[in-house]
Design a protein around this ligand. Structure first.
Ligand code: FUB
Length: 615
């Protein structure tokens, strides 16, 4: 089976080599100062379509379809899950849902959406109902955003030959399932999310509500398919694919979940080399993001699509700006920590590689050949890494992992030898020395060796003075209760083991009476005058939406100055937000006091803090 799979993969390598070529061209361009390096589309090792983002605990989970290589129709057999904490490095979670999950379905794993409710995740998808040979909407359920997912009811939830479900839960708890092409329908879902009350209702497609289509008397409005319904600041939005073919993305708004809808115009004009487009919109970590698909990868087109993302800002009146496709994509939120285990399948850009389920859990990177590489963006080495470890397996010839910075032929800071382990899932850890990896850089893991498939990689991790050993804070990961932490101003500290960013503990502060109150540590003896320090703090409010920031108070010669270590960033109670920044600590005379602490720009909201580093 393995051999057959690898043979299939090799037959696809033409497209993947094309991607490698495109990237090497991009990297040449990237050497020109000011030229941005491509990070769109989000995934390069398979074709993806029909994005449906979900924000959960401050992380974006992205659900997509999968266009088969060389497709000449919407040949789609499975759905895929990806996730990211920073909008640029995306983790491949594989395919926890496919056509065979639904025993009654025969084909067409088309555009779906996942919503969270009752600590469960409900995935609504259109598939062909074998019994009727027409499209129906199925619903799968899972206990985590990455699954596993199972058919929730063993039959279609609703079926009228139409496609593209979107689900929206209103503030009063009422959930609505919308779908349709050529019509637009909704039903009211029951609280169990897997049944509904009342009949399916057809939304009136009026030109006032959905724009005017030119020259098609039987289909007078622009609405085509792919609705994405949500509510923002009291306004209901329906973002949809308009006027096939080719499609553009347009939207309508309404004062309520069922209308009346008013057409508001184009969001994303026709572009991108795919005759369909399909949008998903979310707000996360203080930013708004627009997901879509195009045909931008080599071999790409209307049936070989790729999902991409742009960051945008709503206009002050709540309308959308025009959003165009870019190859740069969204900016990175924060940085990536190389001193904790990172999955090899967490990738900003992959060239030549593929992924597969790993015997050690999750996915691994595989089908690696000489010259393939993985780019990981914005890696915060701080004071510096001294070694690199990678979990590897090889039934091939083994080879080397070159750890490079900035681009795939950039400075070589370490080389790890990968031995033959006797099996593609027979894992060992290879370690090598690293020198020259400091600050925040893009990391390129470039794979080298002989011919054919070389080895697989499951995860990697750096260590060194920039890592936990370089963290000036005691108990920065909050795994040892409140040890090392005190209160600046007023407040009560306690360890929280129920709501954590990582590990088993976080730090709670309640009873703050001023915005400058917060958890802190004395770092007087640990600072070097004139040195640059990088800070990372994960913060969550216990209620409210304050702006949080990390601050260093520096007292020298009787004067106290305040150094803002991170920008003030909006946090909320629904997930964790990372505060990051780099700042230089300097003072005149003798330093008599230096306190690191987390505060808010205003207000006294209670906070949770976790995984704090100052290095
Ligand atoms: O991916 C198959 C179909 O193409 C989707 O269901 C539509 O939205 C269009 O993107």
């Amino acid at each position: 089976m393995k051999v057959a799979h690898r043979t299939t993969a090799r037959s696809r390598s033409g497209a993947r080599r094309g991607i490698a070529w495109l990237m090497s061209l991009v990297c040449v361009l990237a050497l020109v100062p000011g030229t941005a390096r491509a990070d769109n589309p989000i995934v390069q090792h398979i074709y993806t379509a029909d994005p449906a983002p979900l924000v959960h605990n401050g992380r974006v989970y992205l659900y997509t379809g999968h266009d088969e290589d060389g497709s000449t129709y919407f040949t789609m057999k499975e759905w895929r899950v990806w996730s990211s904490a920073d909008m640029v490095n995306w983790t491949d979670h594989g395919s926890p849902l496919n056509i065979s999950t639904f025993s009654w379905a025969s084909a067409n794993a088309w555009a779906g959406q996942v919503v969270a409710r009752n600590d469960r995740f409900y995935w609504y998808v259109p598939v062909t109902n074998r019994a009727t040979n027409s499209m129906a909407i199925g619903v799968a359920v899972g206990d985590s955003p990455t699954g596993p997912f199972r058919d929730a009811i063993g039959r279609p939830l609703v079926g009228n030959g139409e496609i593209d479900p979107t689900v929206f839960i209103d503030d009063d708890g009422q959930a609505y399932l919308y779908w349709g092409n050529p019509n637009l329908w909704y039903v009211k879902l029951n609280p169990d999310m897997i049944s509904y009350s009342g009949a399916a209702t057809r939304i009136a497609l009026t030109t006032a509500g959905f724009g005017t289509r030119n020259g098609n008397a039987s289909r007078p409005t622009l609405y085509e398919e792919g609705p994405w319904v949500y509510k923002r600041n009291g306004t209901y939005y329906n973002v949809f694919a308009a006027e096939c073919c080719s499609e553009f993305i347009a939207y309508s708004t309404a004062p309520g979940p069922t209308g009346p809808w008013t057409y508001r115009g184009t969001i994303m004009p026709r572009q991108g080399g795919s005759f369909t487009n399909h949008a998903g919109v979310v707000d996360v970590n203080g930013g708004s993001y627009f997901f879509y698909h195009n045909g931008a990868l080599p071999g790409g087109g209307g049936y070989t699509r790729s999902v991409a993302v742009e960051k945008f800002s709503y206009n002050s009146n709540g309308t959308f700006p025009t959003i165009n496709m870019t190859t740069t994509g969204a900016p990175q939120v924060g940085t990536l920590n190389p001193y904790v285990r990172q999955e090899a399948e967490t990738i900003a850009w992959g060239s030549g590689i593929e992924t597969e389920p790993s015997s050690e859990g999750g996915m691994n990177v595989g089908w690696i050949e000489n010259g393939d590489y993985i780019k990981v963006k914005g890696v915060a080495f701080g004071a510096g890494a001294t070694s690199f470890a990678a979990r590897v397996a090889s039934a091939g010839s083994g080879g080397r992992i070159e750890v490079r910075l900035d681009n795939s032929t950039g400075p070589l800071v370490g080389t790890c030898t990968v031995p033959v382990t006797g099996g593609w899932q027979t894992w060992t850890t290879s370690t090598c020395a690293v020198s020259g990896a400091t600050g925040t850089r893009d990391v390129f893991l470039r794979f080298a060796g002989g011919s054919g498939n070389l080895f697989n990689v499951n995860w990697w991790q750096f260590s060194g003075t920039g890592g936990s050993g370089g963290n000036l804070l005691t108990n920065g990961n909050l795994e040892s209760g409140t040890t090392g932490w005190g209160v600046v101003g007023s407040g009560t500290l306690s360890s929280n083991t129920a709501v954590v960013h990582g590990g088993t503990g976080s730090l709670s502060i309640t009873g703050r009476t001023a915005s400058w109150n917060g958890p802190g540590q004395d770092v007087t003896s640990k600072l070097t005058n004139g040195k640059s320090y990088t800070t990372s703090v994960w913060v969550r409010s216990q209620s409210g939406t304050p702006s949080a920031k990390a601050t260093l108070s520096l007292t020298a010669n009787g004067t106290t100055n305040y150094l803002q270590l991170t920008p003030a960033t909006g946090v909320n109670a629904n997930g964790w937000t990372q505060l990051t920044g780099t700042a230089t600590a300097s003072w005149s005379g003798t330093l008599t006091g230096a306190i690191f602490y987390v505060e808010t720009a205003e207000g006294t909201d209670s906070l949770l803090v976790d995984d704090v580093s100052l290095q």
